[in-house]
Structures are given as structure tokens and as C-alpha cells.
Design a protein. Structure first.
Lengths: 236, 219, 236, 219
């Protein structure tokens, strides 16, 4: 009998430690695991390195985690957001480090980390400031930059449905970074709108096989970042 | 030389419409945020394009009705979209495999500067106070088969955006194939900028004066 | 209107040229696109390089293509099969070249080829004869071998259902190399048991998005290699 | 020294049964072709293991009834299998990401030779006439967290399979953690082969005589 379900978001993130690297799923608000992030704020871990495509908006979810000064460094492709001043303020005041990575390179680095590939070559960013200091190499007459795989201690991910073995399916474009972050993290935590018995998800449509997922927690009615921001919510 | 106005040359919509004429039926297309997005409105009757958005959807459809948006169905500009019949969702590594692997036929982007050798600068002014953010632009220009820029010919201050060499931080080296502006359509060739077509009512000298490098006449 | 359907396997492989690199899906008989391979035998292209996990069994499908001496080289992880003498005979008599690649490295090379990654590092085969002559490198104290991405002119793939846009779903373990070979080939040809209208495959369950697939052909009742071999069939 | 027979030490089934005792509940396991496959039959009551087969299935179940096999549902040994509730299918690159990325807890393989430093040779005799074939063995030993070998202690000719250093072409360097044979269970340690447990009725000297390198007693 295998059962990866935990009862609450708090339980799901209880062992995140100071200095941990945490991948946080989502592209914009789609797929942002807000309840897990809020549980992490409550939990109190500090000096985190966060790997995420964006840095959140308003003062909820990821932006709230940053605002609470729990994050020492972000590895990110697009930290700017129309309606958030949290990251810009922290960055300008030198309170947060940024490793800016092209979006596709970020995705591939995460996938490589999960796939046991320590390094690979990509044409993206060659000749730009984002390739400065990195090794480049020619293959078949074209120049590529070497990029390293990325791993994490934890990944916080939002799915649609998960089963007790940790198999996950996602909802539309909320899939984005979830499947690859689950691969790259030692402990992948998935919040899903429903948690079902093994066998209820067709094996042909599973997106994240359970081997990549360590904990699942049911959050039946997850909040949406834009709605919280529109309502003026600030967490906590 | 006075700053250009919308009264001379093509409007944003006309630029998008002009570009849309040049995309073959069945193309897989990624449209950047801003003027590039307008291209989808002007695809000629009888042609079907398949739109890729790098956050994980192929077969993107138009925006939904006001109030019908789904926060989990958005495009790379983080706006609500829809999915057409024949669409597919996928994760980010797969999405950028489509880009990096040369599977997307055309990408249309905005630009801050395009150099005569095809270099593009479109992600950062390089100013000390700016918050750096790059998104998928570097991957798109490095991987997509053809990369078109759609932009005003000059900045609001009247400075040329088509330049001898970029002064802003680069997005990619020698990556742009063609530029559509309010004044002209211009190819990037081995010899540099080459006129394809002038906008209605615009003459060659007018464009050359507003271009930061030599412009070859159309052949 | 987009319609990637062609009428027959013959039409689907009509332009395979002498000297082409052809990826052939399947692991053992599962996912082996027998009708496309037989059409390729009829078509007559020669001096092919075939990329495939195995080399077929009996004298049907891939083994028949080899037997007809159309293949100059195979890139393969396991060319031996219990009930086939075709590859062993050709190999021993020097009529075919073999590039032996570990199975996971083969899969990753194909995926890399399709993903625009010219080279990557893997721990597999380090210190073995299959890493001889290849560049090795240490990352974080562990040794890896550099492997190159693989591309092809054509891929022949077996799916379950395809739509007119080229979206494909597979059947069970017949999925194997299909999705990555579709990515790595200039022209990916998929035979499917049914070809349907766009929209009939749920966008959440598509395995090969249509952008990777150039032609689809309906083969409603595909043959299974083991059944043909058991029946003593030799193609042509 | 006469060739060993099945009358002394553990049978293949007993070896598999012994190994099965050591696999914790919930482990993700890949079983090689041959004796390793037998392990699945002997998992103790109350434990659930999830079987990975590298051709693209997690949650592999037992063989179907005779005549009920599906040619598109096979394992890495190309035999008919079934899928348990909670199973998932995936493509080969994803399957070997599970292997290479260290997600699989245990792999059980056969061996031609295991060296005292953990080197494994199990894919080729290196003979000139042999048809080379490697499959997923090199990926498995390089990526899986623990790699156990299950094998007869000696070859049919009575030669030790546990050796000072492998003479056959290698599958991987220093990759084996433990060996289960008909005669003993032996760990690979920094100091070399170390006895964990003798099979019933077997004594230390008997095993040492049939082992090609020093065997440390159990501690």
C-alpha cells in the first residue's frame, strides 16, 4: 500500500529548511501553488533560493514570500510584473540576488537536473550579456553556450488531479513548469484540486508519473493570484 | 528631422496587416507581446495559422469574451486566451524544444534596435536602475526558423531603430530576417538592410534618412 | 484548413531518398510501424542509415528492410533478437555498419536532436568500450561522457489515433520512441489506427503535438510482428 | 574444485526470495531479464513495490494469462505484461530520465563478472564473432540509486564470477552495491567483497574458494 497524501499544505512543507533550494511552479498566476507558498511563509524557512519563471504579483503567493524576506536568491527569467513592486524594491535595495536565465534555458536546465544530465549546450543567449563568463563551443559551425542542470531540495507544484501514488495531471497552461520541477526536486510536493485512488487516472494521460512526486495534498478550491490581488489581499 | 507621427506611413494595424500577408497557410507562428499580437487579426481568408505560446499551448485561439477568462488558460503575455480545435498543452521543456529545435516557422517580435547584420536588442536598455527580465526572447530568436520584427521605424524621440550596430544589450546575434515598420518592409541580407517595399506615400530617401545604416534599394 | 493526412503508406514514404537517415519507432514489436516499413521496402530507397532500438525479428518489418540490403548503417542499442538471423548475418559478413549506443543515451540523443541541443553529458557508458574515443568531463566530482544530438530526414512511427493537424496519441508501451523521433526528424510520418478531425483528441492528452508530425496515414488494422513471424511470413 | 550444482546453496528461486526480503515498501524497482525477474514473485506480504520497465511503463503488473497478451503491452524483455492500478506510460526519453536522474531506488541485474571495486561486466563476452548489444544496462547501472546483482556464484565451468578485476568488457565502473548468489550475500565495500550472509549449509571457506578476490568476513 502506497499513500503519498498528506493532510494539509502546512504538513506538506513542514521540513523545508533554511537555505533550501525551492522550485516554485507557475507561469504568471497559472499554476502558481499559492496555498503551498502561503504555508511556506507560515512555516518560516529563510535564506531560500527560489527557482521560478516569475516573482509573483501583488503581495500574495510568491511575491508575499519575497516580501517576507525569506528569499536570498531567485533564479528566474522574468522577475518584473506589471502590478508588483516587491521584487523591484528588494532588488534595487540589494536585498535579493538574481540569476537571470532565458526562459527556455531555465526550462531545459530544470529538465536536465531531473534527467541526470549535468550540462548541455544551447544556442540561446550566445553573444549576449547572459552568456558572459560561460563556456561556448562550436558544433557544426554554430556557436552554443554550455548550461548546467538545476536541481532543488523541494518543488511546490499545482496540479489538477493527483492519485495516492503521486501521478498527476494538470489544467491547461497551468501545466508549464510543474512536470519538470517535479523531476528536478528531491521532494516534490503537489497541491491538487482532488486526490483520487490509484487507477482513477488513465495511465495513458498521466503527465507526471508518481516516481517524480513525493507528497500530494488536496486543495479543493485554490485561490487565483489575480483575484486575490484585485481584492487587495496581502498575505499574511 | 521631426519625430514621425501616425499620419505618415502605416499604422500599427496596417503594419500587422502587411506582415500577415507574408505568412503561408499552415505555418506554426509565435507572436510576441504588443504589436506582434495584432498580426493574428489580419490573416487573410482561407489561411490557417497555428499559434504557439511558449507557456505551453499550441493552437492558441483568440481572447475569450469579457468576463469569460480562465486564469489557467493564458498566453505568454499573461492574458486570457482560448484553445482552438486541434490544440495541445505541454510543459515548458517541451514548449522550448519546439522553439530551440527549429520547429516553429515564424516568430514576430518587437524591437528596440535591429542592426544591419541582423543583431537584435529588445530586452533591456542596460540602464543601471532597470530590473532585468528576458523571458523567452533569446530562445525564440536563437531557434525559430524565421524571425520578423514589427516596430515603428524610429523611437518616440526620432532616433533610428534600424542601426549600424546595436548599442543596447543584445538578444541574439544575426537572428533577424526581416523588419516591418510604419515606413517600409526591409530585409536583412549579407549586404545589410535591403528595401523590400515602401509604405504607401513614403519615398526611399525618407526611409534612408531615418535608418541608421545604408539601405539598399529593392532589386 | 490544415490536413496532414495522406492516403496510403506508399504515398507517405514516397520521397525517402537514397542515403537518407530514417528513424524507425518501436521497442521490439511494440510500436513497430510495419506497414510504413513495408512501403519503404517497396519504394526502394537504398544506403539508408536507420536509427532504431532493435533490428526486427523474422523476415518482416525492419528485419525485412535489412534483409533487402537497403540499410548501410544502423544506430541501435540492441540489434540481436532471439528469432532473427538477418542482422547477425549481415553484420558478420561486413554488409552493415553498427553504431552501438546505450538505450538511454540513444533516447536522449534523439530527444536532444529534436530539442535543438547539439550535445549533452551523460554518466552512462563511462569507462566502457562504448565511451572509447569520446570526450569525457568531470562535473561535481563525477565523470560524464559527451554525446551528440541525433537528427533524421524521416521518422516512421506507429500511433493509435492521429488528427488532421498531426496530433498523436499512442497505445501503451508502443509509445516508446515515437514522440522523440517525431521531434528529431525533418519529416515525421505517423501511421495510426484512426485519423480524426482536429478537436477529437483532448488537448490535455495529446502526446505528440502536431508541430512535430508532418504526415499521418490511417492503417486501421496494423499487423503485429510476432503474428507475422509465427505465420512464417517473409516480406515481400 | 568441481562445478557447483543446484544441490548446494540456494536455488534461483531462493536467491530471488532472499533478495526480495531486502526491498523496502514503496520502492521503485527495475528488474533485469532472467533471474532478476523472479524477485517480483517473492515480495513479502504487506509490501508494495512499483516496477519500472525501461520501455515506458511504471506500475508494471504480472504476466497476463496465457493467450491474453497484448503485443503493445510488453516489458524490456519483450514479454507480455500487465499494468497495475496507478500505472503510467511514457516515452523513452522520460523513461531514461527516471533511470539517469536517480529516481529509481533499486535495479536488479544479472552479471557475467563483478569486480571487488564494484565494476560490472554483463553485456558482452568481447568475442570477435559476437553480435554486440547493450540495451539499457549501462544507463541503469550509471543512474539507479542501488544496483544489486543476482547470479550464480560461479560460471557453468566453475570459474568465479566475483573477481579481482573484470576481464570482459565493462558495463559500468564501481556501480554494484551488493551481490546475491547461490552461496552468499556479499556487499561491495571500499575494502572489497564483504560477506553479509552465507546461504544455509555453506561455510565461509567454501565461498572464499569460489571467489576470485579476498572475501572479508561479516562484521
Amino acid at each position: 500500500m502506497i499513500n503519498k497524501q498528506v493532510s494539509t499544505p502546512a504538513e506538506a512543507v513542514a521540513d523545508v529548511f533554511d537555505g533550501a533550494t525551492v522550485m516554485v511552479g507557475g507561469f504568471g498566476e497559472a499554476g502558481s501553488p499559492i496555498e503551498l507558498i502561503h504555508a511556506l511563509i507560515d512555516q518560516g524557512a529563510r535564506r531560500l533560493t527560489v527557482v521560478s519563471n516569475n516573482c509573483g504579483s501583488g503581495e500574495v503567493g510568491l511575491a508575499a514570500l519575497l516580501k517576507a524576506e525569506r528569499v536570498a536568491k531567485v533564479i528566474c527569467s522574468f522577475p518584473r510584473t506589471a502590478n508588483s513592486t516587491v521584487f523591484p524594491d528588494l532588488y534595487r535595495s540589494g536585498k535579493i540576488e538574481l540569476e537571470l536565465t532565458p526562459q527556455g534555458t531555465l526550462a531545459e536546465r530544470i529538465r536536465a537536473g531531473g534527467a541526470g544530465i549535468p550540462a548541455f549546450f544551447t544556442p540561446a543567449a550566445v553573444g549576449t550579456p547572459l552568456a558572459e563568463g560561460k563556456e561556448t563551443r562550436e558544433f557544426d559551425g554554430k556557436t552554443y553556450v554550455m548550461e548546467r542542470g538545476l536541481k532543488a531540495d523541494f518543488a511546490l507544484i499545482k496540479g489538477r488531479t493527483a492519485d495516492l501514488h503521486g501521478n498527476v495531471v494538470y489544467n491547461k497552461t497551468a501545466r508549464n513548469f510543474g512536470p519538470i520541477m517535479a523531476m528536478a526536486a528531491k521532494v516534490a510536493v503537489v497541491q491538487a484540486e482532488s486526490v483520487v485512488e490509484p487507477g482513477e487516472i488513465d495511465p495513458e494521460v498521466v503527465v507526471s508519473p508518481g516516481i517524480f512526486v513525493n507528497r500530494v495534498v488536496e486543495v479543493a478550491h485554490p485561490a487565483h493570484e489575480s483575484e486575490l490581488v484585485a481584492a487587495g489581499v496581502c498575505y499574511p | 528631422m521631426s519625430p514621425q507621427t501616425q499620419e505618415i506611413g502605416r499604422t500599427r494595424e496596417q503594419m500587422a496587416q502587411r506582415l500577415a500577408q507574408d505568412i503561408p497557410n499552415g505555418s506554426y507562428v509565435n507572436l510576441g507581446i504588443g504589436i506582434p499580437e495584432l498580426v493574428a487579426r489580419f490573416v487573410p481568408e482561407g489561411r490557417t495559422l497555428i499559434y504557439h505560446t511558449e507557456n505551453g499551448l499550441l493552437g492558441m485561439g483568440p481572447s475569450p469574451e469579457e468576463g469569460k477568462g480562465d486564469p489557467e488558460l493564458i498566453n505568454a503575455g499573461k492574458r486570457y486566451v482560448t484553445a482552438n480545435p486541434g490544440a495541445a498543452y505541454f510543459h515548458h521543456a517541451d514548449s522550448f524544444s519546439m522553439i530551440r529545435g527549429g520547429h516553429i516557422d515564424l516568430c514576430v517580435l518587437g524591437a528596440m534596435q535591429v542592426a544591419q547584420n541582423g543583431d537584435l536588442a529588445n530586452w533591456s536598455t542596460g540602464e543601471p536602475g532597470a530590473i532585468p527580465a528576458v523571458g523567452g526572447a533569446m530562445d525564440l530568436v536563437a531557434g525559430v526558423k524565421s524571425v520578423y520584427v514589427i516596430t515603428q521605424h524610429c523611437t518616440k524621440e526620432g532616433e533610428p531603430k534600424l542601426v549600424e550596430s546595436c548599442t543596447y544589450p543584445l538578444t541574439g546575434l544575426g537572428v533577424i530576417n526581416r523588419v516591418y515598420t510604419d515606413l517600409a518592409v526591409i530585409d536583412i541580407t549579407r549586404e545589410g538592410f535591403k528595401l523590400v517595399e515602401l509604405s504607401p506615400g513614403i519615398d526611399f530617401d525618407y526611409v534612408q534618412q531615418r535608418t541608421g545604416a545604408p539601405l539598399l534599394p529593392s532589386s
